[in-house]
Design a protein. Structure first.
Length: 191
């Protein structure tokens, strides 16, 4: 005990984290309730959230998550740690503006910096919004259209940069079970 505050053991901290993450035992919640409880659920690979929810929830069915993704009650987008996550559509409305400044800092990494050096990022975002308005494009198609406007740049890097600049969601079928083995360029990226 330090300054009158009891010190928590590693076991207590571990069990608390498992409870918080709904991993101590399966719970009687819906997939939407679980995703909202978690705030955002890691979804870099499409099958991951299905397995994650199956491990957490009593009576989880594959189609439960698929229906939420198709209805956009749950969205798949770049969020925490600049990686793909699932969040409820409602939570994404406040989550993206909250994490956007941290996510955008990734654009200073060498991975992006060499391809966007000297670019007006506001102009890149504006052009991308115009290209995406009213339609869904794969990352490959978006990148190609962007290099038509900004020649000499890597199309994939430009399309990825847009995911860090704008609140883009990846529509189905990208985030649906079974897209696991597909190349990132073939999965129906941003829309």
């Amino acid at each position: 005990m330090r300054s009158g505050v009891p010190e928590l053991s590693r076991r207590v901290l571990n069990r608390t984290l498992l409870e918080r993450q709904l991993l101590a035992r399966r719970v009687p919640r819906t997939p939407l309730e679980a995703i909202e409880h978690l705030v955002a659920m890691q979804a870099q690979m499409p099958n991951g959230p299905y397995v994650g929810l199956w491990a957490r929830l009593e009576n989880f069915r594959h189609d439960d998550l698929t229906a939420l993704l198709e209805s956009r009650d749950v969205v798949h987008a770049t969020m925490l740690r600049c990686t793909q996550h699932l969040a409820s559509g409602e939570d994404f409305r406040w989550l993206w503006p909250t994490v956007a400044p941290a996510v955008r800092k990734a654009l200073t990494d060498a991975y992006y910096a060499t391809q966007i050096e000297g670019m007006d990022l506001d102009e890149l975002a504006r052009v991308s919004r115009q290209l995406l308005t009213g339609k869904t494009l794969t990352r490959r198609d978006l990148g190609q259209l962007l290099t038509d406007r900004f020649p000499g740049r890597a199309p994939g890097r430009l399309a990825e940069a847009i995911e860090l600049l704008e609140a883009l969601v990846h529509p189905p079928p990208h985030s649906i079970w079974g897209r696991w083995g597909a190349s990132a360029w073939d999965t129906g990226h941003p829309g």
